[in-house]
Design a protein around this ligand. Structure first.
Ligand code: SAH
Ligand code: SF4
Length: 386
């Protein structure tokens, strides 16, 4: 049971139907309201010109309005934009827009986490249509994170609060509105600040909002939820969405001792339980789970780890993304050298896995993975953003 009423941006069309019918509104207004919010991205009731004035007033009284406000936009030289967003209570989060570096179908896109979906989509591309730049948006689900991974800025910051579904979906409504000419929002990855499955209800609702045919209508396979491995919620996500939502697992180690040292959550859900959850995920045919492996020098980058990883993942349909750790201020941990990364990758490739090293994107604006920090808590970063 929710203690607070559902924010208007968080309501699905059927919920609008129920609440508006109770007010004596005609049935099609529910769809109109949802269209304004989720198809057109208009959150100001005064601008919903085809609605009767009394309904617009009612929506305003219910609190319909902007849920996330862009405070700063930082553009990296590689085209990546980091948006610093302010929430209604003053807390800040970040979302990142990552345009594909080259044209559709290029190998360079393989660092985008929903690239597999894009590969399939190339077959569906309209003949003669002008090529558009595909954008992947990375979104946050919490202010901070409770999981405490040692290499991650959000983890070091700790959890401030969960985001509401309206704030999670609101990031995408805003991100879409801020696209450049010729860009198209293609993929959404839940890889910003926070652990999406620790905020399961809000995450699940945001997925329903973003994939709803009457709204933004993202394809489920182009939406990726990344998790540090909350086993019961992985099963729940699989059951609730029939395995349609793309899954990424932050693995980062191939034995429990190493993993627990990097990721405290491993003490609660050790590797054998996590791998069992992956095997049980109702993955559709031809789809794969993304394994994220952040390489931390001296911690998990030994070729022996790669060999163990190859064994561990045997039989699970996966693709592996190696991410050399982005240094964070709060830790002395760092990435291994390029040859060490290449050696790790070679073991996995030779074992038959599809394994890519993710290039860092947006490093110059701290938009790379794990660098989405709590601004208020980090004055040094505030200056960098200034
Ligand atoms: N909490 C979720 C999603 C957000 S983190 C999760 O952990 O999966 C998104 C990805 O960025 C994770 O794979 C995480 O391990 C990785 N990451 C975090 N900090 C990083 C850093 N400093 N360098 C490289 N990758 C990092
Ligand atoms: Fe949280 Fe993910 Fe960072 Fe771990 S890596 S602290 S789960 S955001």
């Amino acid at each position: 049971m929710r203690s607070t009423p559902l924010h208007p941006v968080a309501r699905l069309p059927e919920e609008w139907s129920a609440s508006l019918a109770a007010r004596g509104e005609r049935s099609f207004t529910a769809k109109q309201v949802f269209h304004w919010i989720h198809r057109r991205g208009v959150l100001d009731p005064a601008a919903m010109t085809n609605l009767p004035a009394r309904l617009r007033e009612h929506l305003a009284a219910e609190g319909l309005g902007e849920v996330v406000t862009p405070e700063r936009v930082h553009r990296s030289e590689d085209g990546t934009r980091k948006l610093l967003l302010r929430l209604r209570d003053g807390a800040t989060i970040e979302t990142v827009l990552l345009p594909s570096v080259s044209g559709p179908g290029s190998q360079a896109q393989l660092d985008a986490d929903a690239a597999a979906a894009d590969e399939e989509d190339d077959d569906e591309a309209e003949v003669g249509a002008a090529p558009r730049t595909r954008v992947t948006q990375c979104i946050s689900t919490q202010v901070g994170c409770a999981m405490g991974c040692s290499f991650c800025a959000s983890g070091v910051a700790g959890l401030k609060r969960h985001l509401g579904p309206e704030e999670i979906a609101g990031q995408v409504l805003l991100g879409r509105a801020m696209l450049d000419e010729g860009e198209e929002l293609r993929n959404v990855v839940y890889m910003g600040m926070g652990e999406p499955l620790h905020n399961y209800e809000a995450t699940a609702r945001s997925l329903r909002l973003l994939t709803h045919p009457e709204g933004i209508h993202l394809s489920t396979r182009r939406v990726t939820v990344s998790t540090s491995g909350l086993v019961p919620e992985i099963a729940r996500l699989g059951a609730d969405f029939g395995g349609q939502i793309a899954l990424a697992i932050s693995l980062h180690a191939s034995d429990d001792a190493t993993r627990s040292a990097l990721m405290p959550i491993n003490r609660k859900y050790p590797l054998d339980e996590l791998l069992a959850a992956l095997r049980a995920y109702p993955l559709p045919r031809r789809r794969r789970i993304t394994i994220e492996y952040t390489l931390v020098a001296g911690q998990n980058d030994d070729p022996a780890e790669a060999r163990r990883l190859a064994k561990l993942l045997r039989g699970i349909p996966v693709k592996i993304n190696l991410i050399p750790m982005n240094p964070i201020e709060a830790s002395t941990l760092g990435p291994p050298g390029a040859d060490r990364v290449a050696a790790f990758q070679a073991v996995l490739t030779q074992a038959g896995y599809s394994c890519f090293v993710r290039r860092r994107r947006g490093d110059d604006v701290s938009a790379a993975c794990g660098q989405l920090v709590l601004l208020g808590a980090r004055p040094k970063v505030r200056r960098a953003l200034g």
